[in-house]
Design a protein around this ligand. Structure first.
Ligand code: AR6
Length: 178
């Protein structure tokens, strides 16, 4: 199962699954600003990737909301993990801007490092409470814009959605993506 759209020559792909198994060059983690690890996708990535990732997170120490940092992928198939910090949903206009920043800054970092394929989870839609139907269009629009800003940089940007509800929300948003 999956959906796909070509955006300026880059494949924008949606799949349902577990991002720790992704074979992209980079995977993105939905971290917290202390880079301290936690539950959800953050816990899963650290468990699957091993202690090397946390060792580098400790050295970096902090990441503000909306920004992104990069570490090794440890034992993951992905060479690198990009850690970004989504906003805690509060229902303010600021939320969407900060969520979009996560995707843009992650892809800026990937492009700067020459990473040609990147997998994202649905940032902020778990512990941080961002409603999926609101987060999905923000995420896809931000990725589309970032792809356009880095012509030729990416072969594939993939969303690995955990569960059918998340997948459906993104599939509907992808159909509406202008
Ligand atoms: N693969 C893909 N997506 C996943 C996986 C997985 N293995 N596991 C969960 N998800 P969350 P947030 C989905 O809570 O809302 C952590 O404790 C999940 O279903 O992981 O940004 C951090 O340390 C949801 O749709 O991240 C922070 O403190 C999405 O990933 C805080 O949670 C994001 O849910 C960040 O909260």
């Amino acid at each position: 199962m999956g959906a796909e759209k070509l955006v300026n020559g880059t494949r924008l792909v949606l799949v349902e699954g577990d991002i720790t198994q992704a074979d992209t060059e980079a995977v993105v983690n939905a971290a917290n600003s202390r880079l301290a690890g936690g539950g959800g996708v953050d816990g899963a990535i650290h468990r699957a990737g091993g202690p090397e990732i946390m060792a580098e997170c400790r050295q970096i120490g902090h990441c503000p909301t909306g920004e992104a940092v990069i570490t090794t992928g440890g034992r993951l198939k992905a060479k690198q993990v990009i850690h970004t910090v989504g906003p805690i949903f509060r229902g303010r206009p600021e939320d969407a801007r900060l969520l979009a920043n996560c995707y843009r800054n992650s892809l800026d970092l990937a492009a700067a490092q020459g990473l040609r394929s990147v997998a994202f989870p649905s940032i902020s839609t778990g512990v941080y409470g961002y409603p999926l139907p609101e987060a999905a269009p923000v995420a896809l629009a931000a990725v589309k814009q970032a792809i356009a800003e880095h012509p030729g940089a990416f072969d594939e940007v993939r969303f690995v959605l955990f569960g059918s509800q998340a997948y459906q929300a993104y599939a509907e948003a992808l159909e509406r993506l202008a």
